[in-house]
Design a protein around this ligand. Sequence first.
Ligand SMILES: Nc1ncnc2c1ncn2[C@@H]1O[C@H](COP(=O)(O)OP(=O)(O)OP(=O)(O)O)[C@@H](O)[C@H]1O
Length: 256
Amino acid sequence: MIRFDQVTKLYKGNARPALNAVTLEILRGEFVFLVGASGSGKSSFLRLVLKEESPSRGQIHVLGQNLGGLTSRKVPFFRRNLGVVFQDFRLLPQKNVFDNVAFSLQVIGKSRGFIQEAVPDVLKMVGLAGKTNRLPHELSGGEQQRVAIARAIVNKPAILLADEPTGNLDPSTSAGIMTLLERISQSGTTVIMATHDAGIVDQMQRRVIELVSGQIVRDERQGGYQTQAIPLQGFGPSSMPRQNLGIAGQAEEAIR
Ligand SMILES: Nc1ncnc2c1ncn2[C@@H]1O[C@H](COP(=O)(O)OP(=O)(O)OP(=O)(O)O)[C@@H](O)[C@H]1O
């Protein structure tokens, strides 16, 4: 579904790579938390999956396509398979709830009939059936994020990328958003969520990939936010006990 082979991302004017030789595979229907300190490379990872950025080295495959071979003309079509949700919702302030969701279907040329059916369906799913005519500023933060999620999933993407989707929400509203993301994942969508929210990661016990300075230091099937390992010197796979290395780390260690 998503495969990174030795992916390094260097930005201009930044000597240290944002991602450094990242190798991983994410399967269909998986729910994955991406954790790590600010600047560890989480957003860069998501932008590479979306092909908003290109790797400096290495190869990325998403949904069977080698992103390196994707021409810029084909990128908008490729992105139809991906939904994206951000911390700051990014709704269109002048459009009501219905139109915010409908707009994403209009731009990809869906028919009026399709839109009239699909939008109410998805708004019902996210629990906003009664609020279709509200403007974003008339909604709570949690409701705005539900609109953003509805917009991201209305075209039934195979992959949902969420960059700190609960970052602006209180704990109980966040819990509601996580229940929704879990339901979306259960319907077969791969969900990748970058987060600093320790409580959520600890509670959900899903796959956790931890980045430190652009490198994977932990990849656990059912992990928590905080690694159990206390690195002796600096960070990085070499300072982590073997049992906490996860699949990618063990592979790296085997190569060394
Ligand atoms: N467009 C850019 N140009 C130059 N450097 C960048 C750019 N985007 C990110 N970086 C750098 O790449 C590194 C990784 O940043 P990234 O945004 O991926 O981290 P992050 O883990 O998502 O952080 P946060 O949790 O704060 O969102 C940082 O050192 C950052 O300064």
